[in-house]
Design a protein around this ligand. Structure first.
Ligand code: PLP
Length: 442
């Protein structure tokens, strides 16, 4: 093992780790020191197969040469340019490329630095849009139970994960939640979109009746909920949500932070499901995870509504120091080239049936109570250990890591979302490893 793979970390205390059991981790750290293609290398020199694309973001695989080189070149040429009242070529170029990739007229791209920022940006645009149209009472936002929309105050307010909400006070007012669509009793072991649950969209009508449409700005949902355990939309559900929004003049926002950039076998979930939202939030795969970046896509009518008033007036009082950062733009452009040149979105679509069959071969393995999949996303739900929710999945995660496989777990659900470059033999390895480990988990 070369010396430079050894960890130089000897003081773990100062780094307050996000979404991590800090004391448990620091007692037995898991340190990654390098990555290439489908594999991480750990500080003790082991290769770990990445079945999670990092955190759902490394869609083209790790340390891809064209992206690395584009970043190196850009940092040496233009390290930073102000984002307000100034521009640089990369931001305009990337926005144009993204607009071409997006379905319908989702042509206006507002750059942010994380999914959380993208969500808060979209919520603000929705409210400001109605006001700009002279419909300023439309301020309420409707999210969904078990939705994850990042960790800003906007995102946790519309999100539906109790642990992410309960510590942080009163949150945004004027928010309602649709029921989630997860129903194992009816839909267990569904392949692709489950049959049952489109009727849950009717809850939106009930909420609209309660508040009146004149008070509602937008609905935000993940077209496929990733972080709360791979909840795939029932057949017809998103179409119904779209129709109800249209009927009442409510904007529909798809949070495509996970589903964007090929994860489901098409550029965006909107395309996959044939349902076009008014805005999409994206992040993660936009730069292959290499440099933080996010983007909100808005339809032409939304952008045009703001382009009123005197020419010298700022139309939207919102933005970030690092909106459209030159290095992130360079990474984004190179990433889009890799996706296109290697046909990775189509590759995900082509591999999906193999992935589905492999995953569902785990039916009957100890603890497994549901398996679900779409594109290159899989969810394997385990029966929780009595009195100790999440413990069983976390033990599986630790054992998998020991066995050279990085999975992600959320609650008692294993979420699989490998880079789109994965080979069939590596899909087999993921499944074989889980089949071996699960029976050994208490
Ligand atoms: N929205 C969705 C659907 C996500 O899955 C995530 C992150 O997983 C976010 C928003 C937040 O993104 P970030 O962690 O970049 O703020």
């Amino acid at each position: 093992m070369p010396d430079d793979t050894r960890s130089t970390v000897n003081n773990l205390r100062p780094f307050w780790m996000p979404f991590t059991a800090n004391r448990q981790f620091k007692a037995a750290p898991r340190i990654l020191v390098s990555a290439e293609g489908m594999y991480y290398t750990t500080d003790d020199g082991r290769q770990v197969l990445d079945a999670a694309a990092g955190l759902w973001c490394v869609n083209a695989g790790h340390s891809r040469k064209p992206i690395v080189e584009a970043v190196q070149k850009q940092v040496a040429k233009l390290d930073y340019a102000p984002a307000f009242q100034m521009g640089h070529p990369g931001a305009f170029e990337l926005a144009s490329r993204l607009a071409q990739l997006a379905p319908a007229d989702l042509n206006s791209v507002f750059f942010c630095n994380s999914g959380s920022e993208a969500v808060d940006t979209a919520l603000k645009i929705a409210i400001a849009y109605h006001r700009a149209r002279g419909d300023g009472t439309r301020t309420r936002i409707i999210g969904r139970e078990r939705g994850y929309h990042g960790v800003g105050f906007g995102g946790i307010s519309v999100g539906g994960i109790v642990t992410n909400r309960k510590w942080f006070g009163s949150l945004l007012t004027g928010v309602d939640h649709l029921p989630h669509t997860h129903d194992i009793a009816k839909n267990a072991f569904s392949k692709g979109q489950p049959e049952h649950g489109a009727n849950l969209a009717d809850e939106l009508e009930r909420i609209v009746t309660l508040h009146d449409a004149s008070n509602i700005a937008a609905v935000i949902v993940e077209p496929m909920a990733g972080s709360t355990g791979v909840l795939i939309p029932p057949k017809g559900y998103l179409e119904k949500i779209r129709a109800i929004c249209d009927k009442h003049g409510i904007l529909l926002i798809f949070d495509e932070v996970i589903t964007g950039f090929g994860r489901l076998g098409s550029a965006f979930a909107a395309e996959k499901f044939g349902v076009i939202p008014d805005m999409m939030t994206t992040a993660k795969g936009i730069t292959n995870g290499v440099i933080p970046m996010a983007a909100v896509f808005a339809r032409d009518g939304i952008y045009d509504t703001f382009m009123n008033g005197p020419d010298n007036a700022i139309e939207l009082f919102h933005g970030y120091t690092y909106s459209g950062h030159p290095i992130a733009c360079a990474a984004g452009l190179a990433t889009l080239d890799v996706y296109r040149d290697e046909g990775l979105f189509q590759r995900a679509a082509d591999l999906a049936p193999y992935f589905e069959a492999a995953l569902h071969s785990l039916k009957g393995v100890k603890h497994v109570i549901d398996i679900r999949n779409l594109g290159l996303v899989g969810g394997i739900e385990l029966e929780p250990r009595a009195g100790k929710p999440t413990a069983r999945a976390f033990e599986t995660f630790l054992k998998a890591y020991e066995a050279g496989l990085m999975i992600r777990t959320t609650g008692d659900i294993i979420a699989l979302s490998p880079p789109l470059i994965i080979e069939k033999s590596e899909i087999d390895r993921i499944v074989e490893t889980l089949a071996k480990i699960l029976p050994t988990v208490e």
